[in-house]
Design a protein around this ligand. Sequence first.
Ligand code: ATP
Ligand code: MN
Ligand code: MN
Length: 313
Amino acid sequence: PPEPAPPPAAPKRAKATPGLTNPDRVLWPATEHSPALTKADLAAYFTRFADHILEHVAGRPLSLLRAPDGISEELFFQRHAMNGQSPLIGAVTIAGQARPYMRIDDAAGLLALAQISAVELHPWGALADTPEVPERLVFDLDPDEGVGFDRVLDGARALRERLRAIGLTPFARVTGGKGLHLVVPLAPPKRGESPDWKAAKAFARLVCEMLRRDEPDRYTTTLAKKARKGRIFLDYLRNDRLSTAVASWSPRGRPGAPVARPIPWSAVKKGLDPAGWRLADLMQGKLPADPWADFNEAAGSLRDAMTRLAGKD
Ligand code: ATP
Ligand code: MN
Ligand code: MN
């Protein structure tokens, strides 16, 4: 049998963080790939990656996956602001919704999230000031058990080509779980245009259905587990008012603390592991450059893409 791998190095101890209680509380127990990680480690990670994380999280309504007693105990998904929460976590009022949502805007806000053991960050696809305007689309590729990751790579490339053909520029991210996301930046609607979430969702669904029609053995657009058998579910449902997707650079509340990591298209190839980057690894060495540096400049028009898609059908 192969030699057991040496135990992973413990991350550098974080300096005391102001306002962080129980810094030594373990959020992620040790695994064969990762040392145990504490609240202080989460705070240190948020501090190191603050610019990268805030680029796609600041100023957006934000849901949280919280693990007050660590990921082996009960996790809960928090959508709404709570009474008594840190003033560093802002409130967002949404028309038609009684209870306010949350937002953060800076590194201090991120530390307030570490303090409440927010192990995953899930922003909306819109800015807090314009929640009705889709600012990005997320195509979430969810392979059924047993579907090889090569198939997911094929799906990502096929979807990329379809989107590029109608003037949109998708960016890739591994989720830290089983799949991959394609994230599409959208330009603000021009004067007189009003693409809204209803249109955005219908558009995302149509694109996914075109892929499914070409290769029905490989893809499904039906949420039901039964339809997924041996296929990839093209989850277009992330694209809606009040819908969320995990943020780039967010850790995941899963064993070993994998991170949802944005990647360049050159990395979307054989050997890619969707859970291959872990928080502890990312604390070592040089801070990685953001592979989505061109995200904002690449924003495309949803209205134009809809027109082009209609022309192709
Ligand atoms: P994977 O690659 O393993 O699929 P993922 O992040 O895409 O990882 P999904 O299960 O496909 O995970 O998507 C779940 C999405 O649903 C999350 O991204 C999250 O934003 C959203 N969500 C909505 N409600 C909840 C909830 N109660 N708990 C967890 N996620 C929720
Ligand atoms: Mn998914
Ligand atoms: Mn999904």
